[in-house]
Design a protein around this ligand. Structure first.
Ligand SMILES: Cc1ncc(COP(=O)(O)O)c(C=O)c1O
Length: 458
């Protein structure tokens, strides 16, 4: 390890409070990984080690690192207009042009966008917008938003409340009032509970029915909306049974509640469609977006709004008292425009659907033969391995988080970023990954699973 790396680690340990980290351990260990540069699907640490980034940073660098057109667009915009706001009747070329581009690629019924700085702010916006919507229709009692256990919608107070992670709720007295949670369609977890295979289609219907039951319990006139990720990301790449989403859509329509599809991960090609909602053929009323919008080059998010919702918000001369200094930031918007234009010119969504994702699915499935893997599932450019002690009985390890953390560390030390989530190893590689790189990813994953077996049974 070179001296500069040690110096940076020392600075970091002394001063940096990291997100989602054990602050004491980070402060004491002085072993933070220092990532200094990146190109394509690879990141490089400060000592020059090359690491395949199978998480696209934090599910965001969809077009890979080093995209010259994004870099140039940002540079030019910095010279032209580094900042102006979109409050009080002003706009600027990048924000205006990006709205039109988003309306072009979004589902046909969505033609309006509200900009934020990221996904959490997008979900804060969603909460305020759906309540404002019902209130504008004279139904202010339609206030409660239903979400799902183990969902992740961000880290602000509203977004973490919408999320269903108990570890987050425990810190800070969440959720805030007016947000409730129902079961998630997590098939493998159900197999773990029952100790055997289940009827997956029936389980999809059963978990969707939890939404109908909750609406009926609260009263249809009290419920504003249902929010869910098309595929739960940070919860563990939870791919619902095919029966789930059609039933959810039917219930939302039948009971007159808004459907919010959180597309922060699934949006911008990750499922092989522009949006995960299109993959599942659902018609959301609101879609929070972020991450892949700019491939993470600069922070930008937003909420795509369906025409029928926008019409109500625009029906009277009432201000929506909500907005952020950086809503539609010109440089971030320029990065997003360049990113989407590259995706269009390289036909990346089509390539993912017909080529990259099927290749990944086949290669990923080979990992199901590993003794540690109870299930290898993938959809589009998302994949998860369920790590188990006994495959036949779907038995997890007692210290399931400990085992996957060991595997995660082996991955990093052997040139691969996979994320560990208690009992699962997950990937969300850049959409531009090629076949040789997918082979490398899977070979390394297998080797690191082997190393994990050696470590836990030695
Ligand atoms: C589905 C989903 N929604 C919202 C967020 C929050 O986005 P941000 O971290 O940009 O605030 C995330 C972040 O991972 C996410 O996965």
């Amino acid at each position: 390890m070179n001296q500069r790396t040690q110096h940076l680690q020392q600075l970091d340990a002394n001063h940096h409070l990291h997100p989602f980290s054990d602050l004491k351990a980070m402060h004491e260990a002085k072993k933070t990984r220092v990532i200094s540069k990146a190109q394509g699907v690879y990141i490089y640490d400060n000592d020059g080690n090359k690491i395949l980034d199978a998480m696209s940073g934090l599910w965001c660098v969809n077009m890979g690192y080093g995209q010259q057109k994004i870099i140039d667009a940002v540079n030019e915009q910095m010279h032209e207009l580094p900042y102006y706001n979109s409050f009080f009747g002003t706009t600027h070329p990048p924000a205006a042009e990006l709205t039109a581009l988003l309306a072009e690629i979004a589902p046909a019924h969505m033609n309006q966008v509200f900009f934020t700085s990221g996904g959490s702010e997008a979900n804060d916006t969603v909460l305020r917008m759906v309540r404002h919507y019902w209130s504008s229709l004279g139904q202010a009692d339609k206030f409660t938003v239903i979400s799902r256990e183990n969902a992740y919608h961000g880290s602000t107070v509203a977004a973490a409340s919408l999320g269903g992670m108990t570890s987050m709720h425990e810190q800070g007295g969440l959720p805030i009032p007016g947000i409730v949670h129902i079961r998630q369609p997590y098939t493998f977890e159900e197999c773990v509970k029952t100790g055997g295979e289940i009827d997956r289609d029936a389980f999809g219907i059963e978990t969707a029915q939890a939404l109908a039951d909750k609406i009926d319990e609260l009263g249809e006139n009290k419920v504003a909306a249902f929010i869910a990720e098309p595929i739960q990301g940070a919860g563990g790449i939870i791919i619902p049974p095919d029966t789930y989403w059609p039933e959810i859509q039917r219930i939302c329509n039948e009971r007159n509640i808004l459907l919010i599809a959180d597309e922060v991960i699934c949006g911008f090609g990750r499922t092989g469609e522009w949006f995960g909602s299109e993959y599942y053929d659902i018609t959301p009323d609101l879609m929070p977006i972020a991450k892949g919008l700019s491939s993470g080059y600069l922070p930008i998010g937003g909420v795509m709004v369906a025409d029928r919702v926008a019409e109500v918000l625009m029906q009277e001369n009432v201000e929506f008292n909500h907005g952020f200094t950086y809503s539609g930031h010109p440089v971030c918007a320029a990065a997003a425009i360049a990113n989407i234009q590259i995706m269009q010119s390289e036909d990346i969504v089509e390539r993912v659907r017909t080529n990259t994702a099927p290749y990944l699915a086949k290669a990923w499935q080979t990992l199901a033969d590993h003794p540690l893997v109870g299930e290898a599932r993938s959809l589009g450019m998302l994949g998860a391995l369920e790590v188990v002690e006994d495959k036949a009985s779907y038995k997890r390890f007692e210290d399931t988080a400990g085992v996957t953390n060991i595997c995660r560390d082996f991955c990093f030390d052997n040139g691969l970023v996979m994320r560990a989530l208690s009992g699962k190893m997950i990937i969300a590689p850049p959409l531009v990954i090629n076949e040789a790189e997918i082979d490398e990813l899977v070979e390394k994953a297998w080797r690191c699973l082997d190393l994990t077996v050696d470590a836990i049974y030695s």
